[in-house]
Design a protein around this ligand. Structure first.
Ligand code: SF4
Ligand code: SF4
Length: 533
């Protein structure tokens, strides 16, 4: 049962430090209890501590508010993100990526302790010519926060919720809407955050639970402090950013409604946030034009936020891989990814080391990895296995089943071949599967349409720019129908064509179904293989 503090509170302050869950807060000089954090002291004390120690027995059990929540007067917020319903630009510099990595996998990163006993995580930049380091603080509001030493930082590190990476990305998206994000604030409400994260559709959560969750997640990125030492890059001179906040949490405004008995009900929260000094160097339009700073941005698909919110509990590895891909494919270009790299992203170096030493760990890690890849595939991030190194025999079963041809005749041929071969589709992995996986590569990931469309636009823009500088190009684009007709005419199965192209069968199937257009280099290869001039 939660408690609440009515109007007759004399503001003596006795209760606040005694609350075991930190649920008692002061807003505008008034004491109030965050309902999502107050558990009535159950399992710790026989009686609620705020009631026992209050000189006037002020706190009372919180009665559920009946009826709908009325729209309370709120502070005006910054305009909504995702105005096209699909995606939004977001700051995507290395600082933002490293912070995202930290929030989504704090416990799997190699933290160290410096000479002053402070816990830090550091990433080398440009082959060690520079570095970005992060430290933690539990002081969320002051401009000169104290860095925590190891003992104090470990519980904060432990409490970092993987979902706070979503809030960090939302901030990174808001920062791109401002001319000088290191000077200007953006204002976000719980209603906007609910919508971006898909929490507005969660009927199983009460309003109080959602508000508490949003507040916890919104604060966590603001506990990171960063130090940057950046070497010269192109025309941009090297620079250093002294330890400063990644995000400044200017203020949290709570919006209450009071019922007839004088009890306050929390109706909403508004956050005022400003980007830290990193933005002056990595998200600075004006200086970018003068070649004295960077302006680095990518595309944040909204579905990624709601997906992370749905799968974070069961598939943390998949969440980390998905976030990594967000930064990796920011300019529409993907490179080959080795399986060890992807595993390191999802589970950390330690896990791979453990797996290489013990069979049990190995089996477990491969199972988790294959299941996480399946989740990515389910959400539209389809891995393209390298036919040379990630052959069918070591691919997960779900991927092999995914390759089943839709065409009845081709499916029959597929099963006949499967039955007559040395290995069956459903056979377990071969001996030495782990060693083979450690050398296997994924050529890239197909992306969901709302993500791919935007990246395609960026790539098109880039190509147009290049085309203007070079000679005019012929239109090589093959239609889905042309590809299918030519393939059938030459009696080549989707599977064989995929092998020759170094793609998956599903890539060919989707191409023929018109789900996307092949890149220029693939178009040229297709023309050659299908004998199209
Ligand atoms: S009942 Fe216990 S948990 Fe709730 S506000 Fe009072 S002291 Fe805190
Ligand atoms: S102890 Fe009682 S009177 Fe004092 S601040 Fe808390 S609720 Fe108010």
């Amino acid at each position: 049962m939660s408690y609440t503090i009515p109007n007759n509170c004399i503001k003596c302050g006795t209760c606040k430090p005694l609350c075991p869950t930190g649920a008692i807060e002061i807003d505008d000089g008034q004491y109030w209890i965050e309902p999502g954090l107050c558990d009535g002291c159950q399992d710790r004390y026989s009686e609620p501590q705020c009631v026992v120690h209050c000189p006037i027995d002020c706190p009372t059990p919180l009665q559920a508010k009946k009826g709908r929540y009325k729209a309370a007067e709120r502070i005006a917020t910054s305009p909504d993100l995702f105005s096209n319903g699909k995606n939004n630009p977001f700051a995507s510099s290395m600082v933002i990526w490293e912070a995202c990595k930290l929030l989504s996998g704090a416990k799997i990163l190699p933290w160290k302790t410096d000479a002053n006993g402070k816990l830090y995580y550091q990433r080398a930049v440009k082959h060690g010519r520079g570095a970005i380091a992060f430290r933690l603080s539990n002081d969320r509001e002051s401009d000169l926060p104290q860095t925590l030493d190891e003992a104090a930082a470990l519980p904060i590190l432990d409490a970092i919720d993987i979902r706070s990476a979503c809030l960090h990305l939302i901030y990174a998206a808001y920062a791109t809407t401002l001319e000088k994000p290191w000077e200007q604030e953006f204002i976000i409400s719980d209603l906007q955050i609910e919508k971006y994260l898909g929490l507005d559709k969660r009927k199983d959560l009460t309003k109080a639970t959602k508000l508490t969750l949003i507040k916890i997640l919104a604060r966590q990125p603001c506990q990171l402090l960063t130090t940057i030492d950046w070497p010269q890059q192109g025309k941009v001179e090297g620079f250093s950013v002294e330890e400063s906040r990644l995000w400044h949490l200017g203020a949290i405004h709570h919006h209450f409604q009071q019922d007839e008995s004088g009890h306050k009900h929390l109706m909403g929260i508004t956050f005022r946030i400003r980007a830290g000094r990193w933005a002056e160097y990595f998200l600075n339009k004006q200086s970018y034009r003068k070649r004295t700073a960077f302006y680095q941005y990518g595309t944040l698909p909204q579905f990624l936020l709601s997906t992370v919110m749905s799968i974070w509990q069961q598939h943390q590895g998949a969440v980390r891989m998905m976030l990594w891909l967000l930064f990796k494919v920011k300019m529409g270009q993907q490179q080959c990814i080795t399986v060890p790299t992807l595993m390191r992203v999802g589970y950390g170096k330690e896990k791979i080391l453990e797996a290489s030493l013990k069979r049990e760990h190995r089996k477990r890690l491969v199972r988790t990895f294959e299941s996480d890849l399946e989740v990515l595939n389910y959400y539209g991030l389809k891995p393209i296995f390298d036919p040379a190194t990630y052959q069918s025999e070591i691919q997960p079963l779900w991927a092999k089943l995914d390759e089943l041809p839709e065409d009845a005749e081709e499916a029959l041929e597929f099963w006949t071949n499967d039955g007559s071969g040395d290995r069956r589709l459903t056979d377990s992995g071969p001996r030495g599967k782990w060693d083979l996986l450690m050398k296997a590569r994924i050529l890239g990931f197909e992306l969901p349409s709302e993500w791919a469309e935007q990246l395609a636009k960026l790539e098109k823009k880039k190509q147009q720019k290049t085309a203007r500088k070079t000679r005019p190009r012929m239109n090589f684009e093959l239609s889905a129908e042309e590809i299918q007709t030519a393939r059938k005419h030459r009696g080549i199965s989707q599977r064989d064509l995929a092998k020759k192209l170094g793609k998956s069968q599903s890539w060919i199937r989707d191409l023929e179904n018109g789900r996307f257009c092949a890149k220029l280099e693939d178009q040229l290869l297709l023309r050659k293989l299908l004998g199209l001039s």
